[in-house]
Structure formats: structure tokens, C-alpha cells
Design a protein around this ligand. Sequence first.
Ligand code: GLA
Length: 490
Amino acid sequence: MSGPAQGQILTPKPGPAPRINGPAVYGVRPGHPFLYRIPCTGQRPIRFDARRLPSGLTLDRDTGIITGTAPKKRREYDVTLRAANPHGVAERKFKIVVGDTLALTPPMGWNHWYTHYDRISDQLFRDAADAMIASGMADFGYQYVNMDDCWMMKPGSNDPTLSGPARDASGAILPNKRFPDLKGLTEYIHGKGLKAGLYTSPGPLTCARYEGSYQHEEIDARKFAEWGFDFLKHDWCSYGKIAANQSLEERQKPYIKMGAILKSLDRDMVFNLCQYGMGDVWKWGGEVGGHAWRTTGDLGLAKDTRLPGFFHIGLANAKHWEYAGPGRWNDPDYILIGYIGNARRQGEPPKQAALTPDEQYSYMSMWSLMAAPLFYSGDMSRLDEFTLNVLCNAEVIGVNQDPLGKQARIVRQSEEELVLAKPMRDGSLAVGLFNLGESEREMSATWRELGVTGRRRSRDVWRQKDLGVVGSQVSSKIARHGVSFVRLIR
Ligand code: GLA
């Protein structure tokens, strides 16, 4: 294996007995199609069971995939999931909330952009779905296989696969010739219990200058639903030329429009706003129907200074902690680790990310504490052991997916130190001590700063190990650009 050495792997290997992962709450709109693959580690075959599943839903006991139609009544259903194999049995509560809010916990999945750019095809997404299962990522809750820009026709292109009419006679958008059957593609993804995402722009052209949805919003959204997509990223791009001015009203307009259309569909579609944080989107993204909104420019274009770009994006996103909650998440962009492309030189083949192991643990810890959508955007065909250890730690993801849905508060921040604290539903507090400095340092956070009282059991989230009982502060020696990620349990 190239890259970081074995000794730097912190995540314990999942055992052979079943362990059910994934969120404890899951939202669906009344009467809409339902699809959920129970994320579960342990040696297959595993036999699944789900008690008190609402009528209209059925579980495939061999695959753990629940399908069907959600009940028409707005109500909460307390389901118990169960998984068994010869090594043991696992049980977990799973609340299905039939109501108006989707994405009750941050969405998780993969997005093609930062590895493949315009080099995409039907096959790539089938392979990505296969890899999400085969790599075990889906067993930790990764679920969406998301297509970004460049699936449409490209007006003016000389490439025969991209040129031709962008729409049919009725105005319906046409995929380019690399996507002969989008409905077949989503069916393939759904067949694995995973979900499919798509991308468009409110402008006439997307950021990569492909056909956008301007003046075709309704017909496009209906088509996306008919194709079977479950997630839509709506990227501002050339809408800048359409907006009359830079007022808040003009900035909100295209998102209000698409948000209302998506709500009227008979299919759940998670709505991801992408307009780089303009007009303080965190203050109104939820009101216009958004479930997550990018708070900054592209992470792949962020400049490394003394600190790698993800720290800058993360620090900017962290400030908006008060605005996040179930169904409304601040989105600091994708996780760029493992084999990844270069957004500035998109033609180059993917290379291993130039981040140290400590920086990668900091990256994932920050995204987890910030309740950020967790979308990997590296090469799914080259997932090495170290990368998977960063992406797939059940306790790290558990902090991200906590049903209370709080984003971590900034407890303290300086040139060299950052302390984040995220309250959890069970009364515990997840705390990240980040060393932004250039050499190892001792860091601590007191109960006073953290707003904690009494004795707490401190648990190392990455190593999944109790560190002991502490009474007044947490402290740790932390490597350059590294993190100590603990959970203080009552
Ligand atoms: C913008 C977005 C990116 C990506 C590209 C696609 O830059 O911010 O996330 O979707 O467009 O062209």
C-alpha cells in the first residue's frame, strides 16, 4: 500500500458480529416512495428484521433493504431494526418520521466532481454504486451516488457525444450521449438500496457551460423525478447574468422557485443549494426549501497557505453553527482525500491527496463535528485502506449523524488552536481540539469553557476507546495540524 503506513490507522476494524450503523431518525414525505438500506457491518450473510415497520413498507431480510410507499398520515414510527449472523445479534431503534422534513441527519454519499469532472458516463456511476457497496462504505451510512455537472448536452461543443439538441420538441432536457438511459441508471442504483443525485443550474448554462434549467425549471424538475433521482444540487453559475441586481430578493428567487417545485413532486428530493454563501444563505436556505447549502466557494480551489485549504473552508463554515439543524445543514463542500483530481488542472489524472494523516483526521473530525453533509469526492475505484479508515469510522460518523442535529459551537479559536464542541442527544458532548500550529503542542479545554459540569467519561472517538473519567478539563498532546476528538459522556 502506498501512502500512510499501517501504524497510522486509528479506526478499529469492525468485528464479524453485526453492528447496525446509520441515522436513528429518517424523514420521508407522506405517500412518497421509500428506500433505505440498513447500514450494517459484520460478516455476511446477515439476516435482517424490522419490527413495527409501518404498513406499506417491506424489508428484504437478506439484503436489509426496506422499500415501499410511506404512509399517508404524518406520524412518527418507532421501528426496531435487527441484524443477526452466527457471531451475534444487533438491535437498534430507528424512527421513521412521516412529515415534511427530509434529511433529518446530514446526507452522506459520493459526488463525482473532484475526480472525474467532465469525464463521466453511465458506467462510471454504476461502478461507483458497486464500489459503495463493495468497499463497505454503504455499511456505515454512505447512501447517495451523486452526479454533478456535465451530464447534459453542451451547446457549441464539437464533441459528438455532447453536441446536438439540448432539449426535445416539448422542451424536455436531454442527457448527452454518454447517458443513454438515466432511468435505467437510477434503477440500477436503487436496486442496491442506494440513492441517486443530479445537478442543474438556475442559469441558462451550468458552471462547465452545459445546458442549464433557466426558464425550464418545472419541466426539468419533473423529468428528474420521473428519471428517479432523489437529490438535486442547484448551482448558481450563469444565473449571475440573469439576476437583475445583487439584492437578497434576486439571490433568493431561483431557489424559491425550485424549492417550491420540488415540494410539489410526488417524490422526495433532497435540495442542495450551491451559491457559495451569497447573501448569508445560512439565514434563509431552509426557508426556501433547501436541506443543505454551500457556505463557501469550491474547496478544491481553496488556496493552501500555511494550512491546507480544507482548514480555511472549515473555519469559514464553522462560524454559522447557530443556523444548522435537522433538515437544514451548512455545507462546506466535499471530502477530498485518497485519490483525487486537481480542480485547477482538470485534465490531470487523480493523485493521492497531499494531506498528512493528521490533517486527514482533522478534516473528517471537523466535518463530523460541524454536522456537515458527508460526501466523498475521490476515486471510488482506488479506495485504499487508510482512506477507508478515515471515511468509515462508526463513532466519528455517529457524531455527525446525531439526531439532535446541532452543529458544533466554536469554543475557542486562535492562530494556533481551535476547539469545537457539539452537544449530542444523549447528553454527551463531542469535543475536537485542533492544533493549527506547526509543531506538536499540549492543548486543553476546561469544563467552564465547554459548559460542562461533574465527572465525565472521556472516550477517544477515532480509537473507539475510553480514556478514563475526568473532572475538570480535557487535555492532550496533539501533532502539527492534528486533532484530539473525544466524547464526554455523563
Ligand atoms: C461549481 C460548484 C462545484 C461544481 C462545479 C461544476 O464550481 O461549486 O461544486 O459543481 O461548479 O461545474
